[in-house]
Design a protein around this ligand. Structure first.
Ligand SMILES: Nc1ncnc2c1ncn2[C@@H]1O[C@H](COP(=O)(O)OP(=O)(O)OP(=O)(O)O)[C@@H](O)[C@H]1O
Length: 469
């Protein structure tokens, strides 16, 4: 890898340089922006730097966020890019591709711009006269279900089917990039599919704040009320942004009361549960909590695998299950990061005209993987092997003997010997106090069978790659 400034690296045509340039810009913003602002607006962004540095395209999740980033942050981003690169780099903002299968994410500049325009048109709200701000691609059909979101999804589907009845308001909370926004759009899209005349509005809390400010400055509160109080369904994202905004909180309280009185439904999201919200009036907090409050948790392994396979399919690409397992094991934090990883892999595959494989995924994600701790522990091996063969981790230490359990356990012992510095007695101890001869037997057996059985060899290969990252 080329050392030195991104500019020097660019001269060599090294595509890592583009990534480093964008990363350096993000790091800079992380230092100067308040944490909440950074986490909400900058961290989720994905960017592609044209190979010849003729353009940086920043992908933003939806139109509202795009407008906001253009207004609040674009100039600052452009100036950092210029300073870091040594000369101006044209900056382009585009909607992240959701609907149209992507041709490629690392396109030559002109084609890239065309793809960006295409999606921008695709995401224009469909409503006539009334802008509902819904993104038509965010539906229940494209939302993968798992333990992490099952309750929230079920409640949201119920609301979409019978608004104004149970679970009003519906308050959905969870960490960044876990699918809260997707879920609220899905509620709006489902209701509109069934009742096209329904008045639905999706709005980010910061947009609501700026609407209040505008109404205040222009003395147009009547219009403001008319707009908000007449809705059938209000979907409002990230209400933690109401903190310390007294006038906004008052107006939201009024809208809230008016909507509930006429049996309209309100769905809210936040990064924390109602009582965890800071600097929001108690009377609002208690109302937030008066319907149903549900959490979305980080997705579990199976869900991450399913999300990757589904999203790859939606992009018109094929992701073998073993590659999805490898990626899902190594990218755990949230769905947005999974999407970022997938995008990199597909771009890398198209660009190099190579099939998607574990090796390719490892190359495409090497920056991401190298920052993770690559210490392989016996515990990690036990967990990975248990996940892979769909048994419980506890079975690694148990005395159970059925082959469906004993064999993965032997495989884990073999890998522990192969991939760690532990001695046979130490490994035996970590597998529920087994004798070192048991471990030796397992190691020899699996090593021997590996030579004979192609399928076992392939499975071990996937496990080794996954553990090594
Ligand atoms: N279960 C899921 N199935 C498919 N895609 C998902 C799922 N959960 C999240 N996503 C996708 O992950 C991305 C991030 O999700 P989303 O924007 O809804 O997160 P969020 O919780 O609202 O995050 P933030 O608080 O940062 O706004 C989106 O592209 C969304 O479509």
């Amino acid at each position: 890898m080329t050392e030195g400034s991104p500019r020097e690296a660019a001269a060599t045509g090294n595509s890592d340089a583009g990534y480093s340039l964008w990363q350096a810009c993000v790091d800079q913003l992380a230092q100067e922006l308040p944490e909440q602002q950074f986490n909400t607006w900058i961290k989720p962004l994905d960017a592609q730097v044209a190979e010849d540095f003729s353009r940086v395209t920043v992908f933003v999740a939806n139109r509202f966020k795009l407008d906001w980033i253009r207004a609040q942050y674009a100039a600052r981003i452009a100036s950092h890019l210029e300073r870091l690169y040594g000369q101006p780099v044209p900056l382009e903002l585009a909607l992240a591709q959701r609907e149209a299968p992507a041709k490629s994410f690392v396109l030559p500049s002109a084609e890239h711009a065309a793809a960006a325009d295409l999606t921008a048109v695709g995401e224009e709200p469909a409503a006539v006269g009334f802008k509902n701000r819904l993104n038509a691609a965010l539906t229940f059909d494209t939302l993968v279900e798992g333990t992490a979101n099952r309750m929230a999804r079920a409640a949201a589907m119920h609301v979409a089917g019978s608004p104004g009845q149970l679970y009003n308001p519906l308050f959905i909370y969870g960490g960044v990039g876990l699918g809260k926004t997707h879920l609220v759009h899905a509620v709006g899209n489902r209701l509109l599919a069934e009742r096209p005349d329904a008045k639905v509005l999706y709005i980010h809390a910061e947009q609501f704040v700026s609407d209040v400010v505008k109404a205040y400055q222009r003395k147009t509160f009547d219009e403001f009320k008319e707009r908000y109080h007449s809705l059938d369904l209000l979907l409002i994202d990230d209400v933690q942004f109401f903190a310390n905004k007294d006038r906004t909180q008052e107006e939201f309280f009024n809208a809230f009361e008016a909507l509930l009185a006429k049996k309209s439904h309100i769905v809210m999201t936040s990064d924390t549960y109602p009582k965890g919200l800071a600097d929001i009036h108690e009377r609002l907090v208690s109302r937030f909590d008066s319907g149903l409050t549900v959490a979305i948790e980080p997705p579990e392994l199976e869900m991450r695998v399913a999300i990757l396979i589904n999203k790859a399919r939606a992009e018109g690409a094929d992701m073998p299950e073993e590659v999805a397992f490898f990626v899902a094991k190594n990218v755990r934090s949230n769905v947005r990061e999974l999407e970022g990883a997938l995008r990199k892999i597909l771009a890398y595959s198209r660009f190099n005209q190579k099939e998607v494989s574990i090796q390719l995924a490892r190359e495409a994600l090497r920056d991401l993987l190298s920052i993770q701790n690559r210490q392989i522990s016996v515990e990690n091996i036990q967990k990975t092997v248990a996940d892979y063969y769909k048994i419980k981790v506890a079975d690694m230490y148990s005395k159970k003997r059925p082959a469906s359990i004993a064999r993965p356990r032997q495989i884990a012992m073999y890998l522990a010997k192969e991939l760690t510095q532990k001695s046979l007695p130490e490994i035996g101890e970590l597998f529920g106090g087994r004798d070192h001869t048991t471990v030796l037997h397992a190691v020899r057996k699996i090593a021997g069978e590996r030579q004979q059985l192609t399928e076992l060899n392939q499975q071990l290969h996937v496990l080794e790659q996954t553990l090594k990252g």
